[in-house]
Design a binder for this molecule. Structure first.
Ligand code: SF4
Length: 268
């Protein structure tokens, strides 16, 4: 059960230098997705949620209109979101994301929406009108693995159906293969199955930081004991050879198959 509360905020835009975007928009604090590898869980330390589990709380932001931010937004590259899913389950009732889209449609900006949810289809008309891009994240077709690591997200087959539908409606689609779990995520399999309706691929590696590093490694030790040593090499001994080789394999593959792509591998 997700604990929801409303909070007042002055501004929903935050400055960023991430991937050529000027601002990020996070309509919520926290996320019902509860993904075990979610880097956004650091926010718990700054928002009085230290004693709750990631995925168990969502603060719904409330603001006095975003009209005043018009000068900030017009013509800018904006990303929604980086530390929540704009279509997490709370959005169904509170519609923060929808309200923001409606306002941005009037103002005009270059928006990319990042999600793991097919709820994005609810807003397909607005997205089309404002010519926003939609980025759907997927890292495996193994639904058991996905359920274990992303307990409250949309099944992968439904995410892909949604992405196809968006593409069929003429919306620019991005498939973010993220996070890439070493020796588990098969990027070629995902591309092969989706290339007919994806305009661009993004690749992000599994970058384990505290405090979630331990729980992800424990998940691997318990569910994929055959990968123990390999994960220790990467995440305990910090040997980045795997990522170096994978990056080159991805670049080569995308070049051969003439795919638009961006790789963002980070190492803690
Ligand atoms: S859906 Fe995205 S923001 Fe939400 S918990 Fe999962 S990775 Fe984090």
């Amino acid at each position: 059960m997700v604990k929801i509360k409303e909070i007042k905020t002055k501004n929903i835009f935050s400055k960023t230098y991430y991937r050529g975007y000027s601002y990020v928009i996070n309509p919520y604090v926290g996320c019902s997705g509860g993904c075990i590898y979610c880097h956004a869980c650091f926010i718990q330390n700054f928002t009085k949620h230290q004693n709750q589990n990631w995925g168990d709380f969502v603060d719904v932001k409330r603001w006095d209109g975003i009209v005043r931010t018009k000068r900030t937004v017009v013509g800018r590259n904006m990303l929604m979101s980086t530390i929540t899913d704009p279509y997490n389950s709370v959005e169904k009732e509170y519609e923060n994301t929808k309200q923001i889209l409606e306002r941005l449609r009037e103002i005009g900006c270059n928006l990319t929406i990042c999600t793991r949810s097919d709820l994005v289809l609810r807003d397909i008309k607005i997205i089309k009108q404002m010519q926003a891009k939609v980025c759907m994240s997927v890292n495996s077709f193994d639904e058991t693995f996905v359920k274990n690591t992303e307990p409250n997200t949309t099944p992968v087959k439904d995410r892909l159906k949604a992405l196809k539908k968006l593409h069929d409606k003429g919306i620019y689609t991005i498939l973010c293969i993220s996070p890439i779990f070493p020796y588990i995520t098969d990027f070629k399999e995902i591309i092969e199955a989706t290339k007919d309706y994806v305009n661009e691929y993004w690749f992000e590696n599994l970058n384990l930081r505290q405090p979630y590093k331990i729980s992800v490694l424990n998940y691997i030790y318990n569910h994929h004991p055959e990968l123990d040593e390999k994960y220790d090499d990467i995440y305990v001994k910090k040997d980045n050879q795997y990522w170096f080789l994978l990056k080159h394999e991805i670049m080569e593959y995308c070049k051969v198959h003439k795919l638009n792509y961006k790789i963002d591998f980070r190492h803690s």
